[in-house]
Design a protein around this ligand. Structure first.
Ligand SMILES: N[C@@H](CCC(=O)N[C@@H](CS)C(=O)NCC(=O)O)C(=O)O
Length: 209
């Protein structure tokens, strides 16, 4: 199997964390979505990363589907197969995915020429991120894991989303949500997180908040 994606994409990082958690062997082909010499456009008509190319030459996208697929391959499930825990985990994953979408949308807006940027769009996306952080802090129950007593895709998703906020929208969310910050400090010590830190992210995590 081959995973196509960039080092800084949080969607790709979710898949990389999943591969490590499940101990699934997969070649990582570092490629941006718009790389003219790349494979992504030919594998995903939407031109987005991540793309997982299976050994039977079937290409899978997007990140939630790839994560679901990898979970089906082997080992202890990180998405419960049934029961209320399944919906809890999938809702956390949806929340995390929405947080990433909002951070990316904000970043894209801020990368436009200054005269073309819309402060309303930036504020609109920031409001979503701030509301989602509060929701996550209020909804989080267990001290170590979001659902049940073991690591799941809920923890994977929220952990990647919070670190991506630190990377692309650094702000004082830890002051408002110290318990959530404490939770992240625990999750981010996992090997799967430490080994997939994008270049440049180390500094933002080390920075005082
Ligand atoms: N919903 C997709 C989002 C993937 C996505 O937007 N990836 C970005 C990189 S962070 C991308 O490839 N953007 C290129 C584009 O939108 O043309 C997923 O979860 O996989």
């Amino acid at each position: 199997m081959k995973l196509y994606g960039s080092l800084t994409s949080p969607y790709v990082r979710k898949v990389r964390v999943m591969l490590k958690e499940k101990r699934i062997a997969c070649d990582f082909v570092v490629e941006g979505p718009a790389d003219p010499a790349g494979h992504v456009a030919g594998l995903n008509p939407l031109g987005k990363v991540p793309v997982l190319l299976r050994d039977d030459n079937e290409a899978l996208f997007d990140s939630p589907l790839i994560i679901d697929y990898l979970d089906s391959l082997s080992g202890e499930p990180l998405i419960p197969h049934s029961g209320e825990a399944r919906w809890q985990v999938l809702r956390w994953h949806a929340l995390a995915q929405g947080m990433l979408d909002a951070v990316v949308a904000r970043l894209m807006e801020m990368r436009r020429l200054p005269e073309k940027q819309s402060p309303e769009i930036v504020t609109h996306q920031e409001a979503k991120i701030i509301a989602a952080l509060k929701y996550a802090d209020d909804a989080r129950k267990g001290p170590a894991y979001l659902v049940g007593d073991r690591f799941s895709v809920a923890d994977l998703g929220l952990g990647v989303a919070l670190e991506y906020i630190d990377f692309r929208f650094p702000h004082d969310w830890r002051d408002r949500h110290p318990r959530l910050a404490h939770w992240l400090a625990g999750i981010s010590t996992r090997g799967s997180f430490a080994e997939t830190l994008p270049p440049g992210m180390e500094r933002s995590l080390d920075a005082p908040h």
